[in-house]
Design a protein around this ligand. Sequence first.
Ligand code: FE2
Length: 376
Amino acid sequence: MRSLSEISLKRIFRLRTELYSESDPMLCFGKLGMNESDLVIAGQSVINQFKGTGVFQNADVLNLAEYGYGEPKRDWVDKVIAKANEIPYRRIIAVGGGATIDIAKLCIFGDGRSVKQLFADKSSLTKRRELIAIPTTCGTGSEVTNVSVVEFEDLNSKLGLQIDELFPDRAILVDGLLQSLPYRVFAVTSIDALAHAVESLLSPKADEFTDMYAKTAIEGIIENLTEVQTKRCLPKDLQKSLICANMAGIAFSIAGCATMHALSFPLGSNYRLAHGEAINAVFGGVLQYYRSLDVKLDKLEKILMNAFGSDDDPIQDLLDLLNDVYDCPDLKALGVTKRECKEMAASVYENQQRLLVNSPITLNADDLANIYITCL
Ligand SMILES: [Fe+2]
């Protein structure tokens, strides 16, 4: 019998990943019962936090800091994959932010293929390992999506591999892992999660189910950002941020991210901005450009009016909040010129159609350049 997806019915909802929560990280790791057939993939901060506790039991631990820093780049991700392929692990356990989880997703095949080969031939990929994702920031949503994003330096941009094999089998929300999060990481990952929810809400693929998750995520993220707006510290209820980021991930795993994400990728690659910072740099410009084209934003405006208790200019209320919680990168000061805006726009138009198709209005390369220019 053919599957439903093969008979062209419109799928309105799916959640492939089982969700769990456990407040205490030590209890969480203990309950996973790790052994020699497990590979934990984590960054330096997680390794430092649990050094000497024996919490990973007999699992092998791969420290990403030994391979590279920051956003995943193709050359060092290839080395991580090669290391993970040395032993036929049964489970890959990713503990970290979006980059860590995205890299771990590429280690589930265990077939010796490089990043370039994996991205080039999606059709023949067979998942051989279980993937457990434990996020340590409140933005990525990667723990419930089927996308892995890697920077291709030869393209000066990032590309995403999107196939269902990349859905983690289990995601565990552990708010205890967020207690020592630096404010900067909290702020930029919250802005990223907000962008996931807003782009999902405005996507032509949105439906009642994705709208419900996106709305709840937007409301909760705004609540927490408003709480810390003037103090710039962590909010009291980090579990809320974690759950809202997860819900935004569920929404965009179906409705998709769009223009903000497409435009953020070359900015992040060329000017060494963290993903959430690059998103922040274009967030306002994209919404203002949609407004200039009379794109219907009423779904978003209604949620924002309720959230801010004001109906004057809810989009501006949101942008003011973002401005208060984190200093937006100054693209001019970073050296971005109008000419580079046009070059980045051409690259986005050529390489990011996967995302641009989820925009609420069709945008050409000139539109994309104009958005960049309004962000200068
Ligand atoms: Fe994102």
